[in-house]
Design a protein around this ligand. Structure first.
Ligand SMILES: [Zn+2]
Length: 295
């Protein structure tokens, strides 16, 4: 997005919380790239504010986010390949078998489609980026659809629906969950991987306390619109008609070298804290993977 929306132009009061519908007033956490990051006092959902409209987001994803070059696609695939392998391992642990159908919602350049097809799954990808979908259509044995998951008119077609680092980008994430529910077979698996706000909020607090300036984005608006504490995501998924199955620390992904990734890899291998507190708090690590069953 070339320029952030001027906050003085935003009508007041703030629109209701996109997770719980609560009216606020929202707790201001920080400001990044001209956007506010706000915490809902009713449910703990954290939003980027303001949320760009559909046309602004379409322009952003088609012009700025993915340019579609070979180098970009390769770098993106490398940075995520560990995360994709983890997702496939978890789906197999859940019970998926070769031949089962997986929908990748927000498939980007198609790295997950490629890795899933290599394990014998029947892969379909959906993405708003025309450049990405054109690339995905060249992957053998894979189906690719341009648009958003709500556009797919099928029902009960997939054994798994995955949002891999895409769910935090969606302005209408509740509609996306309803679409996933419709698209899954009974007992099918919903897998969502998002940044873990337990981790990022601790980092924010530490930076605020130390007065340090951090050159990397913590919340990365406007691509990331939704920021989930694990318990908030769990409740949201359950309210959309899924049964929570388990959550995990996400395998590290990123363009950084070993020195930057090694500490994240170590944190992401920490076990879940035991007992009720641990179940409420959720996993450690900078990414969170949640699995749930459709029923
Ligand atoms: Zn809320």
């Amino acid at each position: 997005m070339s320029q952030a929306i001027a906050l003085r132009d935003v009508p007041r009061p703030f629109p209701p919380c996109r997770a719980c519908g609560g009216p606020g007033p929202f707790i201001f956490l920080t400001r990044e790239d001209g956007y506010q990051i706000l915490d809902c006092p009713a449910c703990g959902f954290i939003t980027t504010f303001p949320v760009p409209d559909d046309q602004q987001l379409a322009e952003y994803y088609n012009q700025s986010y993915f340019r579609g070059g070979d180098e970009e696609a390769k770098a993106w695939g490398r940075s995520k390949s560990q995360a994709f392998e983890q997702a496939l391992d978890l789906l197999e642990e859940f019970g998926l078998e070769p031949g089962d159908r997986i929908l990748d919602a927000g498939c980007g350049h198609g790295g997950f489609l490629t890795q899933g097809a290599a394990r014998g799954f029947r892969m379909t990808g959906v993405d708003v980026s025309a450049a990405c979908i054109a690339r995905c259509k060249t992957i053998p044995g894979v189906r690719a659809i341009q648009g958003i998951i709500e556009d797919i008119g099928e029902s009960s077609e997939y054994e798994a629906v995955c949002f891999l680092d895409s769910f935090e980008h969606l302005p209408d994430f509740r509609d996306a969950l309803d679409a996933a529910h419709r698209l899954l077979v009974e007992g099918g698996c919903l897998l969502i991987r998002v940044p873990n706000m337990n981790f990022h909020l601790l980092k924010l607090r530490a930076l605020q306390l130390s007065g340090a300036r951090w050159k990397y984005g913590l919340f990365t608006p406007p691509s990331h619109l939704n920021h989930f504490r694990p318990r908030v995501l769990k409740r949201l998924v359950e309210s959309a008609g899924f049964r929570f199955w388990n959550w995990y620390s996400g395998a590290p992904a990123g363009y950084g070298g070993l020195i930057r990734r090694a500490p994240l890899a170590a944190v992401s291998r920490l076990p879940l804290p035991a007992g009720r507190w641990g179940r409420e708090w959720g996993p450690a690590g900078n990414s969170l993977v949640l699995l749930a069953a459709r029923f």
